[in-house]
Write a protein of this length. Structure first.
Length: 153
C-alpha cells in the first residue's frame, strides 16, 4: 500500500490559470526504500508541470492522467525540499509506476524532471533549469538518455 490516504483538494482562486490547489487532508507515498513522502493538509500543489504547449491526450494535462497522485507528492517534495531533488524525482518515477503509468512513459517524465526540473541538495532551496548555465545538462547527454528510454527492450 504505497499510497496512504486520498487526495482531497480545494481550488485556490487567483488571477491567471487557477492551477493551484490546497490539500484538505494528509496524503503520502511510501517509496521502495520505505521512506514516507508526506503531503499535509494545507500544502499547495499545481498538478503535473507539463508545458501547456504539449498538453494532449498523450502527454495529459496538469490534473488528468495516471500520474496525478504522483504529482501531488512530487509537488510537495519540491516545495519542502527536505530530501534531494534526485531522491524526489526518483520517488515521482516510483509513484507513477505504482499508479499504473507505463514504464517508458514514466521514465520519460522522470528524465524530463531530472534534466529540466528544479535541482537541489537535501535542505537547500531548489534551482530551476537555466539553459544559459554551462553546468546545466548538455543536449547530447539528454538526447542520448531519451534515445535509450525510447529504444525497444
Amino acid at each position: 500500500m504505497p499510497f496512504v490516504g486520498d487526495v482531497e483538494t480545494r481550488w485556490i482562486v487567483e488571477s491567471g490559470l487557477d492551477r493551484k490547489m490546497e490539500l484538505l487532508a494528509p496524503f503520502a507515498f511510501i517509496d521502495g526504500e520505505g521512506r514516507t513522502w508526506p503531503a499535509e493538509a494545507g500544502d499547495t500543489i499545481n498538478g503535473a508541470s507539463l508545458p501547456e504547449a504539449i498538453w494532449s491526450r498523450i502527454a495529459g494535462t496538469p490534473f488528468v492522467g495516471d500520474y496525478r497522485r504522483a504529482s501531488v507528492v512530487h509537488d510537495v517534495a519540491i516545495d519542502k525540499h527536505i530530501r534531494s531533488s534526485r531522491e524526489a524525482h526518483r520517488m515521482f518515477y516510483e509513484a507513477m509506476l505504482e499508479d499504473g503509468v507505463d514504464r517508458r512513459r514514466a521514465l520519460l517524465f522522470y528524465m524530463a524532471v531530472r534534466a529540466f526540473g528544479p535541482q537541489w541538495r537535501a535542505g537547500e532551496a531548489p534551482e530551476s533549469f537555466d539553459p544559459l548555465n554551462p553546468n546545466d545538462p548538455d543536449f547530447d547527454v539528454v538526447e542520448a538518455a531519451f534515445d535509450h528510454a525510447l529504444s525497444e527492450e
